[in-house]
Ligand binder design. Structure first.
Ligand code: ADP
Ligand code: MG
Length: 249
């Protein structure tokens, strides 16, 4: 059984079919990348899986059960997390407080409603926060205000926040967008490291084919909402349809 499976997944915005009949199966432990030109439907696919958007047709299952009608927080609780989201950090809070809030929110879903009720459960929240900060190498900076972290460490914290829910599947939408080559290399290294350490399955969405070739077991190429190629980096790279989709924009 695949960890994540989409079956005929389709999303239309009015007359535009952004994701068109996509069948995807991601096995546990796999690193899979979804690539494709701008507007191919990559972010929409992620938004469907995280339940930020309702599908128009098809199904999505995680660990064998449909999550098609779940709330976003329910999907998080089941083990799907998304990283490198802008505004996931509370700048004035410490690194550790940011991780604790993320752990608490993941544990209890509707964090605002449940905060008081569950505040005697700090032991577990603390454990998750520490584990997470350790995994992203920020334990030593736990008392620093998030806003005072250097750029690279902020990205580490964003990843840490996503990991505080103890996900099985980590989704990333263009995590290295706007980064320098050095920052990109650091991020790739960090993601590979936490993948090992925490036994993650990874779905990476990426515009840049260069970035994914080193890290992916398998690549799925989207163009105008449809899967046009799928395979190892070598297979995909040599595919004429893929080359045309990229060159043709
Ligand atoms: P990618 O991430 O691959 O660049 P997107 O998934 O963001 O592509 O977008 C796919 C297509 O769907 C694009 O044509 C985009 O303009 C359109 N689209 C995305 N989100 C919306 C939305 N909320 N409303 C209308 N059209 C959208
Ligand atoms: Mg996108």
């Amino acid at each position: 059984m695949a960890l994540l499976e989409t079956d005929g997944l389709t999303k239309s915005f009015g007359g535009l079919v952004a994701v068109d009949d996509v069948d995807l199966a991601i096995e546990e432990g796999e690193s899979i990348s979804v690539i494709g030109p701008n507007g191919a439907g990559k972010s929409t696919l992620i938004n469907l899986v995280t339940r930020m958007l309702d599908a128009s047709e098809g199904d999505i299952s995680f660990k064998g059960d449909s999550i098609l009608h779940d709330e976003p927080h329910e999907v998080v609780q089941k083990g799907v997390s998304r990283s490198f989201q802008t505004a996931s950090i509370f700048p004035e809070l410490s690194v550790e407080e940011n991780a604790q809030i993320a752990a608490l929110a993941a544990e209890h879903g509707s964090f605002k409603l449940n905060f008081l009720r569950h505040r005697n459960n700090y032991g577990e929240v603390d454990r998750l926060a520490r584990r997470t900060l350790d995994a992203v190498g920020l334990l030593g900076q736990r008392d620093v205000a998030a806003e005072d972290l250097p750029y690279g460490d902020k990205r580490r914290l964003e990843l840490g926040i996503a990991l505080a829910s103890e996900p099985d599947l980590l989704l990333m939408d263009e995590p290295t967008a706007g980064m320098s080559p050095e920052e990109t290399a650091d991020t790739v290294k960090l993601v590979e490291q936490v993948k090992e350490e925490l036994d993650l399955t990874i779905l990476l969405v990426e515009h840049d084919m260069e970035v994914v070739f080193n890290v992916s077991d398998r690549i799925v190429v989207l163009n105008r909402g449809s899967v046009i190629a799928e395979g190892s980096p070598e297979e995909v790279q040599g595919d004429p349809d893929v080359q045309e989709a990229y060159l043709g924009g």
